[in-house]
Write a protein of this length. Structure first.
Length: 195
């Protein structure tokens, strides 16, 4: 299969009107797309890389390393394979980013598995990429590491990493390992494999 691009930082050349911005980062050919709220919530204001320079980033990157997505347990510029990191809002204080940038990135990346981090990202993913927004609450604590069918996607909600309790890291690691051990790539409509 031909690679979309080899660039890891802002691979789709997005340009936000308000700088600084924290653009998407990682393997643009990934099957797994991690979606957080913004740099103020999940880190990266200083580094320009999502999920860095924060407790949330340290905890999340530890899981990504455990399942083979990240070369190291933590880095300010992680070497990622099969995983892409981005935010709903790439610039502070610009709510318009939600529609323009994340939608464009999600469609360009076309990952099979979406991992929304926290309630805000989960609410967005449920509304935009599943038919279950009315029947499934956007409660990442309750739904942590579960599987939700999407429209051609599998959604794995992730509790806010700064709020993880005993067992949350292991549950997410186990869920991702189980998916990686399955035949999730057999069909683009990965959600049809579940349930």
């Amino acid at each position: 299969m031909e690679r979309v691009t080899d660039r890891v930082s802002n691979p789709f050349g997005m340009r936000a009107p308000g700088e600084p911005a924290v653009y998407g980062y990682g393997d643009a050919n990934a099957d797994f797309h991690v979606i957080g709220a913004d740099a103020e919530t999940h880190g990266g204001t200083e580094t320009g890389v999502p999920f860095t320079d924060s407790l949330a980033g340290e905890r999340l990157q530890s899981v990504l390393h455990a399942v083979g997505f990240a070369a190291e347990p933590y880095s300010d510029a992680p070497e990622l394979t099969n995983c892409y990191l981005s935010y709903l809002r790439i610039s502070p204080g610009d709510p318009g980013d939600l529609e323009r940038y994340i939608d464009a990135e999600l469609r360009a990346l076309n990952a099979h598995i979406l991992l929304p981090i926290g309630d805000e990202a989960l609410e967005y993913v449920l509304a935009e990429f599943t038919t279950q927004a009315r029947s499934v609450p956007a409660d990442s604590t309750r739904l942590h590491a579960s599987e939700i069918r999407g429209r051609g996607f599998l959604v794995i909600p992730v509790r806010e990493p700064t709020e993880w309790v005993s067992g949350d890291e292991a549950a997410l690691t186990d869920r991702l390992e189980a998916i990686l051990d399955s035949d999730y790539r057999q069909t683009k409509g990965v959600a049809t494999r579940i349930g």
